[in-house]
Ligand binder design. Structure first.
Ligand SMILES: Nc1ncnc2c1ncn2[C@@H]1O[C@H](COP(=O)(O)OP(=O)(O)O)[C@@H](O)[C@H]1O
Ligand code: SF4
Ligand SMILES: [Mg+2]
Length: 336
């Protein structure tokens, strides 16, 4: 069995199957533009997320993490593939465009963005931002709006008086709290956190990560936690998927991945963590060379130009993501 056939587990809340997102690359001619290539931002990936867990999605910048997340929620239209929320085919619901059904699924799946400053309307007070989902979804009776607004602010560690302020009056950490409150306003079951602390000062990152962990326990949330930063992924995740140039190359329980990375790319990422960590395998980072362009993905194993263990087969045959013992999936001809 390969991971191309995703076993549908009872515990799975989210199931992504053969998701792809290609961007055509066009060159403008004198009269018309023509397609000269394509960017394979997400290149046929499948994975599941279990109810109540945090799946970490990690990889260098540009490997397709955000595209995966946005395509799953139909914030961008995927080229092909499916994303299921329980039994609901999310992408089919959006394709059919029935307002009631799309609103229903939007309520259950929410997105916390990397840069809360860009995702919050600067002309709206925090109250306006947080009440907007109430207006759209009508899931809270109007008489309860104020009570629920205050509840939301308290939930993310803010105070009632913050409701009347504007985003520019807040610190980065406080703005991200508002971003989280906005996602929670619709009482979702699944939240995608896309680099939620990457734009914040190092001093407040731990607070926001702790808040996310607390909220998950309190509200029984399921998370997809996206980051290029392995230490935060390690802190919040139960399982981790490592992504390279549009593909998942390894997926395992967090402790297994960190104590024994089997893919050479996972190992390289881990040894590239700058802070000394006794649990991280010793040795110099093998992550040399630039990430190749998503327009020119190498043949065979796409990591082979940067892999110290590459052989002939790696240059010609793409390794499938396949079970590699226990809960682990791996795409490598010569595992570490
Ligand atoms: N709208 C777009 N048009 C063309 N290429 C895009 C677009 N969005 C993303 N890409 C490309 O897709 C690849 C994956 O991007 P992204 O998903 O943002 O990566 P990550 O979130 O891992 O940093 C990159 O090569 C990026 O340049
Ligand atoms: S398949 Fe080959 S090139 Fe790719 S990671 Fe494994 S050993 Fe390296
Ligand atoms: Mg991104």
């Amino acid at each position: 069995m390969t991971a191309d056939v995703v076993p549908a587990g009872e515990r799975d809340l989210i199931r992504v199957e053969h998701l792809r997102k290609l961007y055509p690359v066009r060159r403008r001619g004198v009269f018309r533009s023509r397609q000269t290539g394509e960017i394979r931002a997400v290149d046929d990936i499948s994975f599941t997320i279990r109810r109540g867990e945090t799946l970490g999605l990690v990889g260098e910048s540009g490997c397709g993490k955000t595209t995966t997340a946005r395509a799953m929620l139909h914030l961008i239209e995927p080229t092909s593939g499916s994303a299921f929320f329980g039994d609901v085919d999310v992408l089919e619901v959006f394709a059919e465009g029935r307002r009631e059904d799309t609103l229903k699924i939007r309520r259950r799946m929410q997105y916390v963005f990397q840069d809360p400053y860009l995702s919050l309307n600067p002309r709206w007070t925090i109250a306006q931002t947080l009440l907007e989902p109430f207006r759209v979804h009508r899931h809270v009776p109007e008489a309860d709006w104020h009570r629920r607004l205050v509840e939301l602010l308290h939930l993310v560690g803010l105070e009632e008086y913050h409701a009347w302020r504007y985003p520019h009056e807040f610190s980065g950490g406080q703005r991200q709290r508002v971003g989280i409150a906005r996602a929670l306003a619709v009482e979702p079951e699944f939240v995608i956190c896309d680099e939620p602390v990457s734009s914040l000062d190092v001093s407040v990152r731990a607070q926001i990560l702790n808040l996310l962990v607390e909220l998950q326990a309190k509200l029984r949330l399921t998370y997809l936690y996206i980051s290029h930063d392995l230490s935060s992924v390690r802190f919040v995740s139960n399982r981790v998927a490592v992504m390279y140039l549009g593909k998942i190359v390894e997926m395992a329980a967090v402790d297994e991945l960190f104590s024994h990375p089997m893919h050479h790319y996972s190992y390289a990422l881990l040894t590239a963590i700058p802070v000394p960590d006794p649990d991280v395998p010793a040795g110099r980072s093998v992550l040399v060379g630039e990430v190749p362009s998503a327009m020119r993905i190498p043949q065979g194993c796409r990591f082979h130009p940067r892999c110290p263990a590459a052989t002939e087969v790696c240059r010609t045959v793409e390794p499938p993501l396949a079970p590699a013992g226990g809960d682990r999936l791996l795409a490598c001809h010569h595992p570490r």
